[in-house]
Design a protein around this ligand. Structure first.
Ligand code: B12
Length: 431
């Protein structure tokens, strides 16, 4: 069967400022799990297209796919000041394919998996798969090829039956036993794209998607945790194959658990790979030994995941800030650059808590501080619940569109105030 895989992401920024074109690693895993002896597979990545819809049309006309797999990465850019909703762009792609092809269109990806039913209905695809879908997409391709309708019981599947959208319980899960297939991507360009080419190390189930059921997370609390020797071997092989200078260890908390992080750094140092890398650091449970090892192993920059505590409860905010300040101090002393994110306008926010956050940012020394106006509300979160109670949304399904929560107490002045504050701080970015 002819299978066309499309990476639809065209966002090229992180926090609306830094150059970031993340290689579509999820789609590469999907391609890596397909049986290439059995199927003819083509990959179309829209990231660098000048005219993406024309490229879609030309590829579909020429390749005549019978099945199309589309990766939907971002719901939006989550910026209040310059909001870009990403889903309409994926919908446009589907609409264009429909005008020239009867292929079965299957959507998945990080954004899709956060709101599978809503994305399915908005996008108008034929099938959706929520979760890590390497093996499941491959199984679906086999079933579709032989015309077998038995796939309707797959976990995480979304489809239409008698005019109604049905979403099967759970999520697709993957053992990540196959490597991502990178040869169809423009690796030379991704090599220069900022942040580094993604290499999966581990992902925490607690963060993705916000409302994930336990089915997607194993007993250790991780969605994926790859063996250290496998990660090191992949870095080596990617460096040899693509002359890679920089990678991004895909992980929401590289330092968790601490022993694992130290072992990975030591293995990288021992293997003498000599590569620069970036990653995400959880702002707690860290020590100076790890920071030293990270630096020695080639780490250039860490992104700190935002955890503000509860602005309505000064105690919890001070606690979070103390833990974060401690990690920042370790990074400053160890010479490790870090980016920090802070949200303003959370539930309970007041003038005092805003000033407290600003004082905190002035007390540390990040390479870039991302100040974000409002909370971009995600389903299944506490803010979503409050947004509903306060009438900002009627139902969480509305969150398929960008929705920002800004506490009433600061709403009137927060944008002007923050704009004024960032003017004197060149390394602060407001979005
Ligand atoms: C690492 C990361 C980054 C790094 C990327 C670095 C790099 N070089 O790759 C950086 C820091 C740059 C980044 C930036 C941003 N990110 Co980010 N990022 C992540 C993170 C932690 C991991 C993504 C990843 O690589 N996963 C590993 C791969 C293997 O998994 P995957 O992509 O999900 O693919 C699997 C499934 O989704 C599925 N799948 C994928 N494609 C397809 C296709 C089909 C057909 C099917 C069936 C299935 C399928 O199967 C895959 C294999 O298992 C996720 C959160 C998370 N824990 O997942 C957020 C996440 C993807 N990011 C997100 C966002 C919002 C952003 C930003 C917009 C933030 C901002 N304010 O600027 C930017 C956008 C950047 C851009 N230009 O697009 C959101 C996207 C969804 C949303 N809420 O809108 C996520 C999900 C976080 C969240 N929970 O909100 N990010």
């Amino acid at each position: 069967m002819r299978v066309l895989l499309i990476a639809t992401n065209r966002n090229n920024r992180y926090q609306s400022r830094l150059n970031a074109q993340p290689m579509p690693i999820g789609l590469a895993y999907i391609a890596g799990h397909l049986d290439h002896e059995r199927h003819e597979v083509k990959v179309l990545d829209l990231m660098f297209s000048d005219d993406h819809l024309a490229d879609v049309e030309a590829t579909v006309k020429e390749f005549q796919p019978q099945m199309v797999g589309m990766s939907v990465r971002n719901l939006s850019n989550h910026s209040y000041l310059n909001t870009i909703w990403a889903l309409p762009h994926s919908k446009e792609v589907i609409d264009r394919i429909r005008t020239i092809s009867d292929a079965v269109i299957v959507c998945g990806g990080p954004a899709f998996s956060i709101m599978p039913t809503e994305c399915f209905e908005y996008l108008g695809c034929d099938i959706g798969l929520a979760g890590d879908a390497g093996e499941t997409f491959a199984a679906l391709a086999e079933s579709i090829e032989i015309g077998e309708p038995s796939y309707f019981d797959l976990p995480g599947l979304v489809y239409k039956k008698d005019g109604h959208t049905i979403r099967n319980e759970g999520y697709c899960t993957s053992a990540f036993a196959q490597s991502p297939r990178l040869e169809d991507l423009d690796m030379a360009r991704y090599n220069k794209a900022g942040f580094g080419i993604g290499i999966l190390t581990k992902l925490g189930g607690f963060y993705y998607p916000a409302n994930a059921s336990d089915a997607q997370i194993d007993e250790s609390g991780w969605r994926v945790i790859r063996p250290i020797d496998e990660v090191v071997a992949e870095v080596k092989s990617m460096k040899d194959r693509f002359d890679m200078k920089k990678v991004f260890f895909v992980d929401n908390g590289f330092n968790l658990p601490l022993d694992h992080a130290k072992s990975l750094c030591s293995a990288i140092i021992e293997a003498d790979i000599n590569i620069r890398w970036n990653t995400c650091l959880a702002p707690f449970d860290c020590d100076t030994e790890l920071i030293g090892l990270m630096k020695d192993a080639g780490c250039g920059l860490v992104m700190m995941v935002n955890r503000s505590g509860n602005p309505g409860d000064m105690g919890s905010m001070v606690e979070e800030n103390d833990a974060l300040a401690e990690v920042c101090r370790m990074c400053d002393e160890g010479g490790l650059h870090y980016n920090l994110g802070k949200q303003f306008g959370e539930p309970g926010e007041t003038r005092e808590s805003v000033d407290n956050k600003l004082d905190f940012l002035r007390s540390v020394n990040p390479a870039l501080a991302s100040l974000r106006v409002g909370v971009s509300v995600m389903p299944g979160t506490e803010v979503a619940l409050i947004a509903k109670q306060e009438g900002l949304i009627k139902d969480e399904s509305e969150l398929v569109k960008p929705t920002f929560y800004i506490a009433n107490e600061v709403k009137e002045w927060i944008v002007d105030y923050l704009k004024e504050q960032v003017q004197s701080e060149p390394r602060w970015n407001l979005s």
